[in-house]
Write a protein that binds this ligand. Sequence first.
Ligand code: 5AD
Length: 432
Amino acid sequence: MCYAIPGKIEAFDNKMVVVDYFGEKKKAYNELDGLSIGDYIYAQGGYAIAKIPEDEAKSILAVWKETFFELQEVDLKLSRLDLNQESVSGEFLRILDKASEGKKLSPDELLILIKEKNKPALELLFKTANFLRQKHHKNSCCVHGIIEISNYCRCNCDYCGIAKGNKNITRYRLTCDQILEAARQAIQEHGFKALVLQSGQDAGYSIEELAEIIRKIKVNWPALIFISFGEVGLDNLKILYDAGARGLLLRFETSNPKLYKQVTAGKDLSSRIAHLKKAYELGYMVITGGLIGLPQQNEEDLLNDILLTKELHAQMYSFGPFIMHPQTPLAKHPSPEVETVLKVIAISRIIDAANAKILVTTALETLNPDARREALLSGANSVMLNVTPLEYRSLYNIYPARAHESESIEAQINDAIGLLMSLGRSPTDLSV
Ligand code: 5AD
């Protein structure tokens, strides 16, 4: 079983269902036929995913009942905020106080936050973000799975290990049957309710093949499907949406058009942004964000990245550190500090407190295994587990030695659930 609990339908409200979780009411979009009041469902990412037989739901809920309230208490304790700190400047405390009250911070105030280097001040910034996460989202948390279906890519980005120009890696492309089997395992055996299908750009599948894969997954094993195939073309976004994809994961990498051009071998940022805007128009959930620590990227750039993520209506923020790959032009460029990534996470939470889901990325965990915990305590509330078949996982080496590269799915689930439980997080993931 993965990390989700059944909810009971209390009411219908247009395209939405109101779901009860031990007295807490949440809403989810419903595209399932034949649901009635009193039915039990799984929901994820704000969507009803599947109906569950009453007996099964009741037995799962019986196990969760006590734990549910215990977890809420643990989370509440861990997210208490006390802004009385003598070692932190009055100005910094005033900004955090304003943020904790939900007031909008000015660009100058945001810059002060992102430029801060003093440890006790940063601790308070992270705590403020965690406080806001708890205030708006309670202890809810989502766990998605990702299948990396191919590492072929026609782009030649300076930072990326699977760039076309890297002739020293083994390329792979899963067959449609392999993808379906990996999806089946993740959804049916491990209980994932949301799956990302990812590849380099131009994976060698036709758009019809990709659409067919999505349709087959949706028919056989209900789940929320996110696509992450790079820039597939605006018309193709519609084809994949019609096939059943409901989320797009596509980072804009950097909001600075000059820097984007420089690190992507001359590509235009506007094309990426057009995809993200089109996806939103089509009704996709948008997951986007950027790379932290690109050459010449400064704090203003990072702040603009966060603001652009919000402007693009991201439901989920995905910011990760750059990690050098030895066979790329940026082989000698250092990674950013973990703290810089935590700052971006915390400020994302402050800027988009009530709406954002914020992901802890694998790259951050690769910098430091403890960083997942730290990020979850700095405003993040989402993790993604790698469910790519083990024999291919290490070949998707956008950077070397990725965290969880050789861990079984079971081990990753146990690890993630253990951590989430210790932080009092629980698996209700309904955002709207
Ligand atoms: N370090 C960290 N992240 C990287 N990505 C690509 N190369 C690297 C790297 N060297 C990220 C990009 C891309 C995502 C799939 O992987 O942000 O959007």
